[in-house]
Design a protein around this ligand. Sequence first.
Ligand code: TXA
Ligand code: MG
Length: 322
Amino acid sequence: MTPPNPPFPTQIRPYGKAAIDQAARLIGEGLPVAMPTETVYGLAADATNPQAVARIYEAKGRPSFNPLIVHVRHLDQARQLGDFTETVLKAARHFWPGPLTIVVPRKGDAIPDITTGGLATVALRCPAHPAMQALLEATGRPLAAPSANASGAISPTSAAHVLQSLNGRIPLIVDGGDTERGIESTIVKFTDAGVVQLRPGPLSIEEVAGAAGVPAAEEPGRGIQSPGQLARHYAPSKSLRLNAVAAEPHEWMIGFGEIQGDDMLSDDGNLVEAAARLFAALHRAEASGKPGIAVAPIPHEGLGLTINDRLRRAATRENSRR
Ligand code: TXA
Ligand code: MG
């Protein structure tokens, strides 16, 4: 039912015009490319293209749709995608381009839910590395880029690390040598109380607080949030039944492959397409007149593991504490 993934002979090319041109072409085709940044190598894809983002998850074998960092060329591009207060602008102007990721409310609908894990916020970062800057310029797109390693492996700081982890799963690694910082960017968000660190990184929270002119704050009762532990993913308010072969009368059916529905994740059982359509399908189900939602079985393999994880969370409403 699921077509086999296309095999990718993984090429490594030294950073230069030819490599960036090829990378930009691949990004335009909706494929992910490994790129050096000043922190770690990232697996970049067009952040506005749900299928391209689904292929990031597929290549990494990520067990769940963690929200991804969206890389931008400059502050102007960032301001099209997120809402910036004066304080946040101060921090961005001070540290960008550089290893600071800022979580802000999403603005507009250019960034799909699969990129943000369905959150109402988006994590934005303007990278300093010339290769990533060149790719942002060549594509004109914001680029989603998690660290370029298979899920569970450590973050890559050289092209050789990326190859070890993702050989055969991605078409291209742009080799920019060893990364300068070697650890992932500091992630912060700003609240009324000040700036909150969501992930430690090359910049200390005190530095960020100082530049923005606000105190370093902690989320009340939460302490430091480690990456991947975000609770507030999109969860439907309706009951969700998994592995359904047919809808009950009160249910909106989300089909897959041979199992037909009011809506289809993929007619031909393609998991990349299904992942790309998942969040939008849940939104349509939520908006439908039916009080319940049923979802066809999704094969428990490859990207299907990620889709099933997301569906299980939505079904148990583990995340409905808001
Ligand atoms: O240095 C870096 O940041 C590297 C390079 C490639 O830029 N990227 C990176 O991405 O580390 P990734 O996907 O491995 O880490 C993303 C983390 C998630 O685990 C999550 O904790 C946080 O960013 N994140 C993303 N969106 C968020 C959001 N809307 N709210 C809070 N945290 C978010
Ligand atoms: Mg990572």
